[in-house]
Design a protein around this ligand. Sequence first.
Ligand code: PLP
Length: 395
Amino acid sequence: MTRRLASRLGLVAPSSTVAVKAEADRLRREGVDVVDFGPGEPDLASPPEVKRAGIAAIEQDFTHYTPAAGIHELREALAEHYAERAGATLLPEEVAVGAGGKSVLFNLMLALVNPGDEVLLPAPYWVSFPEQIRLAGGTPVVVPMDPGEGFTLRAEPLEKAIGPATRAVIVNSPNNPSGAVLPRDEAERLVDLVVERDLWLISDDTYESFVYDEADKGSLLDYRDRLGERLVFVSAFSKTWAMTGWRIGYAIAAKPVIAALLKIQSHDTTQACSISQKAALAALTSAAVDAPRKTIETYRARRDSFVAGLNRVPGVRCELPRGAFYAFPDVSGLMRRRGLASSAELCAALIRDKAVATVPGEAFGVGSHVRFSYATADRTLEEGLARLSAFAGSE
Ligand code: PLP
């Protein structure tokens, strides 16, 4: 290409999870029987009430622009949905709806991060965070969590990483890819730290409904009173209601932050899809509201059997993830067995030799690990484990 492209492209790499999906799709088109552990989405259908609401929205010609912040009923329903956590004082005006959690997070970075600002990012991290921070002109400061304890999110390493340019901390609990959650005592510490150092605390709760133990349930939203306007909470309908394609995410934050987010969003997507907004409203206001409670039981059974299966593969060690729907095993033993230098090489060999699609740990800032999504059919999980064992040379 002879025409000059923008230099900011040099700041980012394409999304590796999107790249894995493209490669798996390409092989499938060639007729290869791919076992796909790549997708970051539930294998379930969106609830019937959600689908019907989408169809009704089209039939009722609800196909025009809406307010940038989303339709009032949806903001109101979200404020009510989170009232128990965030306090009954949560107002619809403190909620903004956008075109998926990713878009909301990106626009928030643009609204909160100045050039030169540092944003603390516990590793492993979701693939888009470093790139979104960089595109906003900021610097991601990666703070490794301890693999020995399943990457449990802890405040102390974050505190040590704070410097004069630190402006924000991102917490993603349950975590993609590790499934780690922020324990309550660590949340307390983190809240004190954020208040003391007067930072933004961006809490990405996209996987909030995928928490396997009652004791782990909780959110930074529970600390809204103490955090005040420092708290920026983001979540989405995507994973909770198997609605990834509808593209509905949202932020809960103080009014000035919501206004800042909407200022950017109004020049970007304008708003989330009108039809999808009606569908999302149905998720909260119909019997579909209970769907996540059933989903978690299915996923708990898959997690238990899949992680046990992974631990039987020579060279693979996996902690039991406490949330989300990913297993993130240490594969350094398997890399040594196969003479591979990185988890990227391991994933490339797995798809080439066994048609098994996974995401390399490098994409999440941890090169010794690989991400498997177990949000897929039991038969696929079994077949994938069999191929992985064969790859490891145990069969
Ligand atoms: N945050 C995390 C941690 C994610 O894993 C994802 C999607 O994979 C998102 C945000 C964005 O979700 P979406 O844009 O599909 O709502």
